[in-house]
Design a protein around this ligand. Structure first.
Ligand code: XMP
Length: 515
C-alpha cells in the first residue's frame, strides 16, 4: 500500500447506519479511511498500516446473541482507538467495565458537560451532541476517566489516562453534533498523529504512478459513458499514459438524448483524449426483447456491455486493460467489500454484473472514492464544472428507467421527456441542488383528454433526490411552479405520455432508481 493510504484509519463496521459517514468525515479531514468487517483480524489491520482504528456504532446490544464478533486482541494493540456508541460499549465491557441495558436511552439532541478539556475535547466549546443509544456505561474499565457526562448523567465520553483509547456515547460524525468534526480531528491529529495527505492532488499523483506501474507499456481501454466517473477515469489514465489510453463509448441505445455526441466532443476537443463511439444499440435491443424482469435486464445489459467491449477491443490495437469508474459505495453495496457482507440489493452493472471469464485485466482507479471526492479530483484534473457536476447516471442507463420491456420506441419517449425535465431544472437554477433527477417511463396506460380527443397513453414518473453518496436519499422538495412547467411541457410535446407524477419516496425504504 502506498503513501496516501498510509497513516489512515481503519473503521470496523458494527452495522451502524452512520458508518459511511464516519469514513467521509475522516476523509474530509484529509485522512484516508476504509471500512472493514468487525471480524477483521488484528494481523490484517497491521498489514494495512493505519495510524488508528475507529469502532463504529451499531444496532445491537452487546448482550444480544448475534452481536457482531470481533478480534478482542485489537483492544490491546498499539493502535489508538476511538469507539463510537456501540464502539464505546465494546471498549467498556471488554476493558473490564460494565454496560447496562436498563431502558435509560438517549435519542436526539443532548447537552454534555465536558470534564476534561484536553485531547479529544481540546478547543471544544459547544456542548450540543447527537445521541442514539439504548445501553449505557455503568462502570468504567480500571484506570479510565470520564471525559464528559450527558445532561442525563450518563457517561458521554471516556478514555484511558493517556487518551490512546477514547470513546464517545454520542455520534461525532453526524452534523447535528455541533463540533463533531473538531472532536474527530482532535482524535485524528492530536491523539493518532494521522497525516493529512488524502487530498485530490496527492490522489492524482498517486494514481498516475500506480497506473503507470501496473500498465507498463500496455494499452488501456476506457469505457466512458458521458458521466463524471468514467470521464475522470479517462482523464486520469490519459494523464498517466497519454495516447495509449483509448476511450470507447458504447452506444447501447440506452443513453440520454444526444449524450453520445456530447461526450465525444467533451473528451476529444476538451481534454485531448482519443475516443471512438460505437453504435451497438441493435444487439442490445434484440437481446432485451421480451425481457421485463429488472435483474435479468441488468445482467443482459452488463454482460453485453463487456462482450461488445471485448469485440471492439479485439478489433483495435492490442488492449490489455479495461479501466472502469467503480466507486467505493458500489463496492460496498454490491456486497463484495471486505468491509461487510452487505445484502445485495441490486446487481450493479459495473461490479456484480461482470461475466467471470472476462478477457481484460481490470483497473478501477476510483474504487476507493466517494462521489464528492471524484468530483474534486475531476475539478483538479481540469474537467469543466458542467461535466463534473452532472448527476450520476447508472451503467444500465435508461434500461432501468423503462419499467417492463425495453423497446426503441419507449426509450425514445423517455429520452424526449428526460431532456425536457433536465433542461427545466437548469432553466430554473435548481439542477445543482439535486443529487439526481430523472424520468421513469411507467408502462401503465391512463386515460386523458387533449383537445376534444380522448387519449390513452403512458404514465411518466419524475424522480429527484438529494443525497451525499447515493446510499441514502431524500426526495427533493421541488417548487410547484417548476413541477407544473415540466409537466405541461412534457405532456404537450412528448407523444406517448399523457400524465406525469412526482415520486415522494426517500431511500430507504425506496431505492433511487425504480428498478
Ligand atoms: P439505487 O437505485 O441503488 O441507486 O438507490 C443508487 C445510485 O446508484 C446508481 N446506480 C447504478 N450505477 N450501475 C451504476 O453505475 C448500476 O447498475 C446502477 N444502479 C444504480 C443510481 O443511479 C444511484 O445514483
Amino acid at each position: 500500500m502506498n503513501n496516501i493510504y498510509k497513516n489512515g484509519v481503519v473503521i470496523l463496521d458494527f452495522g451502524s447506519q452512520y458508518t459511511q459517514l464516519i469514513a467521509r468525515r475522516v476523509r474530509e479531514s484529509n485522512v484516508f479511511s476504509e471500512i472493514l468487517s468487525p471480524e477483521t483480524k488484528l494481523n490484517e489491520i497491521i498489514n494495512r498500516n493505519p495510524a488508528a482504528i475507529i469502532l463504529s456504532g451499531g444496532p445491537s446490544s452487546i448482550y444480544e446473541d448475534d452481536a457482531p464478533q470481533f478480534d478482542v486482541k485489537i483492544l490491546d494493540s498499539e493502535f489508538p482507538i476511538l469507539g463510537i456508541c456501540y464502539g464505546l460499549h465494546v471498549m467498556a465491557q471488554y476493558g473490564g467495565g460494565h454496560v447496562i441495558s436498563d431502558g435509560k436511552g438517549e435519542y436526539g439532541f443532548t447537552d454534555i458537560d465536558i470534564q476534561i478539556q484536553k485531547g479529544l475535547f481540546s478547543g471544544i466549546s459547544s456542548s450540543k451532541v447527537w445521541m442514539s443509544h439504548g445501553d449505557r456505561v455503568e462502570k468504567l474499565p480500571d484506570g479510565w476517566q470520564i471525559l464528559a457526562y450527558s445532561s442525563n448523567g450518563i457517561v458521554a465520553a471516556m478514555s484511558n489516562l493517556d487518551q490512546t483509547r477514547v470513546a464517545t456515547q454520542f455520534h461525532p460524525e453526524v452534523h447535528h453534533t455541533e463540533e463533531g468534526l473538531k472532536v474527530l480531528s482532535n482524535f485524528l491529529f492530536n491523539i493518532a498523529k494521522c497525516s493529512p495527505s488524502w487530498t485530490p492532488i496527492n490522489f492524482i499523483q498517486e494514481q498516475v504512478e500506480n497506473i503507470q506501474s501496473i500498465v507498463g507499456e500496455d494499452n488501456v481501454l476506457i469505457g466512458v459513458s458521458g458521466g463524471v466517473d468514467s470521464t475522470v477515469v479517462a482523464a486520469l489514465v490519459h494523464k498517466a499514459i497519454g495516447d495509449r489510453a483509448k476511450a470507447v463509448i458504447i452506444d447501447h441505445g440506452l443513453m440520454r438524448k444526444n449524450e453520445v455526441s456530447e461526450c465525444v466532443t467533451a473528451l476529444e476537443s476538451g481534454l485531448g483524449i482519443n475516443i471512438e463511439a460505437h453504435d451497438e444499440s441493435e444487439i442490445f435491443f434484440s437481446k432485451l426483447e421480451g425481457v421485463s424482469d429488472p435483474e435479468k435486464k441488468r445482467k443482459i445489459i452488463g454482460n453485453q456491455f463487456i462482450f461488445s467491449f471485448e469485440r471492439i477491443a479485439s478489433e483495435m490495437n492490442k488492449m490489455d486493460y479495461l479501466a472502469q469508474g467503480t466507486l467505493y459505495p458500489d463496492v460496498i453495496e454490491s456486497g463484495i467489500s471486505k468491509g461487510k457482507s452487505a445484502h445485495v440489493i441490486k446487481s450493479h452493472h459495473n461490479v456484480g454484473g461482470l461475466p467471470e471469464n472476462m478477457k481484460f485485466k481490470l483497473i478501477e482507479p476510483l474504487r476507493d472514492l466517494f462521489k464528492d471526492e471524484v468530483r474534486e479530483v475531476g475539478r483538479e484534473l481540469g474537467i469543466p464544472d458542467k461535466l463534473v457536476d452532472r448527476h450520476p447516471f447508472p451503467g444500465p442507463g435508461l434500461g432501468v428507467r423503462v419499467i417492463g420491456e425495453i423497446t426503441r420506441e419507449r426509450i425514445n419517449i423517455l429520452q424526449e421527456a428526460d431532456k425536457i425535465y433536465i433542461d427545466v431544472l437548469h432553466e430554473d437554477g435548481i439542477y445543482n441542488e439535486i443529487w439526481q433527477a430523472f424520468c421513469v417511463l411507467i408502462t401503465v396506460k391512463t386515460v386523458g383528454v387533449m383537445g376534444d380527443q380522448r387519449t390513452y397513453e403512458n404514465l411518466l414518473g419524475l424522480r429527484a433526490v438529494t443525497s451525499t453518496d447515493g446510499m441514502t436519499a431524500d426526495w427533493f422538495r421541488m417548487p410547484s411552479e417548476t413541477l407544473s412547467k415540466i409537466s405541461n411541457r412534457i405532456v404537450n410535446s412528448v407523444r406517448g405520455i399523457n400524465r406525469v407524477v412526482y415520486d415522494i419516496t426517500s431511500k430507504p425504504p425506496g431505492t433511487i432508481e425504480w428498478e
